[in-house]
Every structure is written in structure tokens, then in C-alpha cells.
Ligand binder design. Structure first.
Ligand code: CTP
Length: 401
């Protein structure tokens, strides 16, 4: 993903410095050429050896050490970088960059670069909300420096609030966004549905399914990274949408139906990954259903088929469905693609190891109404999402409108 991209990771002195280990390791796995620069304080939390081993490059810790890479190192690295990430970024480095101070290797490199600079702040919440820090951040943003996070929650100092380093996935996503040059979905509106629906029986019980929402959230993220304006209509999940993706939360299939139909007309691309319940309890008890002897028979009634409805209304749109099957995957999927007037359907056999609802990977086939089938191997849900969108972009190019 980051193949042949040269990324500088600056690490400053916050307790979150240890998370740079995982960041560097992920960037390497994604193919980046990574160079770490540590400030003096960062070295109190982490040894250069760890980062040298993971990045497989020398780690720069000193301003005036013998150069190992370029002649004038800070200038050489600053020029060669595709992206500089400061993770974690303390109030101190933020202030230094804001005022143009260049008194160590990291601040000097930042001053000398034309590459985008992405800072991920991590500090105590009171420090973060100090008006001086806030002004520095606002002023850097105005000058084009980029920020990601911080997140909220428990802080290392025992307090709670905003100041903790945002999740690495979000930082990596932001880096991906900055390095992605191509925005083929710019100007397009994409609607994605994700997750399960919940069909209530009474105030405490509901019928649902095992969908985690991960596949749909990955599609929404990748569509956003490709330049689209994305609306994610999601059933109850534990995951957070990628920053920049608009998210509307619903619970039942009927709520999803209404939300989707209210927005579908404006969207050029609709991708329905949601695992919508086909049935709901015929009646919903206002009070908790009490235990009785003799068992309980539930009567269910059909929910609207949202995708079929969209298929009927479809005009100049690309419509993609998902099919989760446990048998005869390809024939069932092809039938659904034709019946629901889809451009293609993403079929997965949820009985396979590494496919389906839970994990981070999926094994799918793209099934087209004319009968063509593209089998994709086992891959991450992010990669599946990219290939789905590639296919969408290809179809868009073939349409007259
Ligand atoms: N779908 C929908 N509304 C429903 C049921 C399904 O929009 N009430 C959509 C799903 O979001 C998915 C596609 O239809 O994109 C296929 O879902 P799936 O449950 O596999 O198929 P069904 O058409 O419900 O058929 P079956 O459950 O019989 O396999």
C-alpha cells in the first residue's frame, strides 16, 4: 500500500512513544521505507535500537552525529521524504514548529521539508486544552500542517479527557489519504450501508445477526480515500467510522429502509453491505414478555427488501449488493444480482475460514448479472473494499452518463 514511499517518523517525548513501535512495524509491512528521528526526550521512553531493528534503517538521535545517509542529513531526508509523521507529538514540538524553531534534528527536518507533515498529538488533557497549545495548533493548521487526533479516554497520568494518541488505524488511514494522489471518486456521492439490524421483541430483547459492520466500514473508508463524499448508514456496531465519513445510525430494517430511501436519489454509487434482517416480530410488546410454561411461538413478518427497492428505482446509479451464503454461493448470488437489478454482487461463503462477519479478512467473488465471476483470494477487508471500488470505477467509465 505504501510501497516505495519514504516516510519519516518523528518520535517525541510522550508516554505514547511506545506506540511508535507498532506504527513503524505497520508502515514497514505496508511497504514503506521508514526513517525514524527521535528527540532527546523520546529516547527516555524508547531505545533507538528497537526502531532501528523494525525500520531496518539508521535512527537519527543527534543533530551533529556523523551522517550515515545523506550528505547534509536533515536537508537530504527532508527533501527525500514523501511524508513526515510526528507520532506522538508533544506540546513542545507543536510549539517549536509553530514558531519556526530548529534546534534539534526533528524540528530542523520539519522546517526544511516540502512534504506534508502530519502530527498526532498526545498529552495531558489540560495541557491539550491550554489556549496556547490550541492557538499553536490552529495556526499550524492554517499554514497547512495536518493533525490527527488526539482521542479521548483514560490518560497515562490517571485523568480522563481528550489528549491520548488516536488509534494507529486512524493515523495510518490519514497517512494513506495524504499519499493517495488519485481521487477518481472526487465529486461523487457514495452511500454505504453496514452492520446488522436489530428487530425488537420487547423493550429488552431483539433479533439480530452476527454482522460486525467491518466490511461496510472498510468500503466507506476506501471510498472516502478515493475522494468521494460518503454517507454510511449503519446498524449497531462497536466500530467508529473513518474520520471524514458521515455516519447515520439506525437500529431496525425499517429505519434503514427509510434512511436509505431518503438519501439514495442523491447518490451515484450505492453499496449495500448491511446484513438486513429479512423478518421482524409481527408485534412488539410494550412490556417485557414474561416467562410462561409451554414455550413461546414468535410470529415474524417480512421486512422490506431495501436493495430490491433500490434496484426498481435505479436510474443513473451503480448499485452493488452483498450476498452471504452457506451453500450454492455463486448460483444464489447470480440470481440475486439479476433479480435486484444490480451492477454486481459481492458473494461470500460465510462457512469458509477467513471469510464472513467477524474477522479482519474476507474471501469473496464478484458476480455480475451476465454471469461473469471474479474470484478474489483471502485478503484484508480494506483490500476487498479497494477491489470493489476499482470495479465500480471501471463500470462508471463504461457508462454513457
Ligand atoms: N438486503 C436488503 N434488504 C433486506 C435484505 C437484504 O437490502 N431486507 C440486501 C443486503 O444488504 C445485501 C443483499 O440484499 O446487499 C443480499 O442480502 P442477503 O441476506 O444475502 O440476501 P437476501 O436477498 O435477503 O436473500 P436470502 O436471505 O434468502 O439469502
Amino acid at each position: 500500500m505504501f510501497k516505495d514511499r519514504r516516510i519519516i517518523v518523528g518520535i517525541t517525548g510522550s508516554i505514547a512513544a511506545y506506540k511508535a513501535i507498532e506504527l513503524v512495524s505497520s508502515l514497514k509491512k505496508k511497504g514503506a521505507d521508514v526513517y525514524c528521528i527521535m528527540t532527546k526526550s523520546a529516547q527516555k521512553f524508547l531505545t533507538p535500537l528497537t526502531l532501528r531493528t523494525l525500520s531496518q534503517n539508521p535512527v537519527i538521535t543527534e543533530m551533529f552525529a556523523e551522517p550515515q545517509l545523506w550528505n547534509v542529513e536533515h536537508v537530504g531526508l527532508a527533501e527525500a521524504a514523501d511524508l513526515i509523521m510526528v507520532v506522538p507529538a508533544t506540546a513542545n514540538i507543536i510549539a517549536k514548529v509553530c514558531y519556526g524553531l530548529a534546534d534539534d534534528f526533528l524540528s530542523t527536518t520539519i522546517m526544511a521539508t516540502k512534504a506534508p507533515v502530519l502530527l498526532a498529538p498526545a498529552m495531558n488533557h489540560q495541557m491539550y486544552w491550554n489556549p496556547i497549545v490550541q492557538e499553536n495548533i490552529a495556526s499550524l493548521k492554517q499554514r497547512g500542517y495536518l493533525f490527527v487526533g488526539p482521542g479521548s479516554g483514560d490518560l497515562a497520568c490517571g485523568a480522563r479527557g481528550q489528549g491520548r494518541l488516536i488509534e494507529l488505524e486512524v493515523i495510518l488511514g490519514k497517512a494513506e489519504e495524504l499519499l493517495f494522489q488519485d481521487k477518481p471518486l472526487q465529486g461523487k456521492k457514495v452511500l454505504v450501508t453496514a452492520g446488522p439490524t436489530r428487530e425488537p421483541l420487547d423493550p429488552v430483547r431483539f433479533l439480530t445477526n452476527r454482522s460486525s459492520g467491518r466490511m461496510g466500514y472498510a468500503v466507506a473508508k476506501q471510498a472516502y480515500l478515493l475522494g468521494a463524499e460518503v454517507l454510511l448508514i449503519s446498524g449497531p456496531t462497536e466500530i467508529q467510522p473513518f474520520p471524514g465519513v458521515k455516519c447515520l445510525r439506525i437500529e431496525t430494517a425499517q429505519e434503514m429502509y427509510q434512511a436509505v430511501l431518503a438519501h439514495a436519489e442523491d447518490c451515484q454509487i450505492i453499496i449495500k453491505t448491511a446484513a438486513v434482517a429479512d423478518y421482524r416480530p409481527k408485534s412488539r410488546s410494550a412490556e417485557k414478555i414474561k416467562k410462561r410454561s409451554g414455550g413461546l411461538v414468535l410470529e415474524l413478518t417480512n421486512n422490506p427488501d431495501i436493495l430490491a427497492e433500490l434496484g426498481k428505482k435505479k436510474k443513473e446509479q451503480i448499485l452493488v449488493g452483498f450476498a452471504a451464503e452457506t451453500e450454492k454461493m455463486l448460483s444464489f448470488a447470480a440470481e440475486k444480482a439479476a433479480q435486484k437489478n444490480l451492477d454486481f454482487i459481492v458473494a461470500n461463503d460465510i462457512t469458509q475460514e477467513g471469510a464472513g462477519f467477524a474477522g479482519d479478512t474476507n474471501i469473496v467473488s464478484l458476480v455480475f448479472p451476465a454471469g461473469e465471476i471474479k474470484n478474489l483470494g483471502k485478503m484484508s477487508k480494506d483490500d476487498v473494499a479497494k477491489l470493489i471500488l476499482q470495479e465500480v470505477i471501471k463500470i462508471m467509465g463504461e457508462k454513457e452518463w
